[in-house]
Ligand binder design. Sequence first.
Ligand code: WTA
Length: 647
Amino acid sequence: MTELLYPVPAQAKQNSHLTPELYEEMYQESINDPDTFWQKQSSILNWAHQPTKIKNTSYDKNNVDIRWFEDGELNVSYNCIDRHLKTQAQQTAIIWEGDDPSKDKHISYQELHDQVCQLANGLKKLGVSKGDRVAIYMPMVAEAAYAMLACARIGAVHSIIFAGFSPNAIADRINNCEAKVLITADEGRRGGKTVPLKSNVDQALTGNRCKTIERTIVLRNTGSDINWHSQDVCWQELIQDCTSICEPEIMQAEDPLFILYTSGSTGVPKGVVHTSGGYLVYAAMTHKYVFDYQPNEIYWCAADVGWITGHSYMVYGPLANGATTLLFEGIPNYPDINRVAQIVDKHQVNILYTAPTVIRSLMAHGTKPIQDTERTSLRQLGSVGEPINPEAWHWYYEVMGNKNCTIVDTWWQTETGGIMMTPLPSVTELKPGAASKPFFGIQPALLNQDGEELSDEAEGNLVIKASWPGQARTIYADHSRFIDTYFSAYENVYFTGDGCRRDQDDYYWITGRVDDVLNVSGHRLGTAEIESCLVAHPAIAEAAVVGFPHDIKGQGIYVFVTPIDGQVTNSELTKQINTWVRQEISPIATPDLIQWTQALPKTRSGKIMRRILRKIAANEHEQLGDISTLAEPSSVQTLIAGRLNKA
Ligand code: WTA
């Protein structure tokens, strides 16, 4: 693994918020005296009532209880919009860049305010009030951000469902959080195609499947023909007679802001709950320091609003800081392979934050992805969602960034609310592929299987020793699952589910998940979720899903299935299974490889030995380890012989 060091470039030090000395001083204070540190940092927001109680957190597994700024009161949409109006009402808050390169829009803070207030009033008209849950299933249009902020304005809790999810996945999420209203659009646009959002919603709600939904707000986006039902209301008509004045609801710091579903190693996706005060302090602070954001810069986080990165770094963090944030409707290679670079030039983007999978898929085309573009506006690059391999890092640095930009490789999770470990532009010497150093308040530690803390250079399971304001507070309606998942494996620490290595310079390197969670193109997927979808297919008896190394996606999905009638079966059925998973979960969960087998390797007690399947899928069957505990060791040879390596 390369550990080449890149010094902090001179230009990164100019005007920066931090110096290495200041980082060190602030970091020490954040660990030694978190109350004082976070009280000071809370002033990044405007509070209706300034918090005086700062940190009140317990990781004791009998009583996990996490509160930050608990007597503080604020409104998140006020902080993201209203407080900027005095000085920057006409500044662009959101640049919307369409899938079609000839379409874009600049939305000023004033306009954002008016749109958000109108929709907030519309929601009130439909009977939505503080604490109600609102599901959002929207394409990448500015209205998705309006919907989030309108909920925040009236104290409703939003739950965004990624627009790539299928009807069943939509229904499950709505039912879990008992959403009262659903906000969607007729269709979305992506890569020159349309996405039938309303039709998916109709299927999700069919037969009274989601009993809690009273109304569905439908944005007319493409204007195509859709079915209208009695509970549907057109967004544009709803807000027509709504004023653009809506007093923000004053919320307690610990009132929930949103629920976001994410995959775990077992069972159905979990509704991760983030609250108002701590989340926004942390999102705003990390956005300011990690990107060293300066006033008037154009900042582009190329994430989808349906994932946590879209929440924290496309909407909440940047808007809380009064930034100009770019929201891109389309995909990185449409209509041209150099679309990302074209957008950078067109809008003079200064900061670009994207995922390694995007970089890898561009890099496969050599220098074409930057053809005819300059990218001289870029000052800072960021990477998120999965480990970035050094080759991709170098391409990002040299080709996309013209060797002019530092790269922040930011490690964090849906549950952490914001960035946890990262280089800082004016502080950290860069090692390609390292998440580097903890952010303020973050105390990482590496534990071995017995829960012993490892010192110095070491590799182990990554845990965090103390709470930080952006941390998730619970899993919606299932606090015991929250405790089981994150606070039970080890005592008194938050368990991340990631493996990690610390090198001789105290740099941290994320090595990937140590549980049964896959990371496919930066999308987080639970193997259990895909398996239960597979065994629901009438032709499948048993299924085991594992990840395998994939050049572009980082990890691919390798499926082992046994047929119900004992017949190892044909490619037609394999195609059907593919379609089945796409329909039941999402195209992002589509298997890359499906291997039919008569038997899966099991222990004598009947447990599938995934360790062995992982090795077979990765083509590392020389290192299978001990297979003597298997009920039928011979099944392994058959599996190896039938291994697939091309889709
Ligand atoms: C992985 C995305 C290496 C990690 C923000 C984590 C990373 C999971 C990085 C969370 C990174 C995220 N380097 N791995 N810079 N960033 N991960 O919840 O395995 O969608 O646990 O949050 O992505 O995925 P999630």
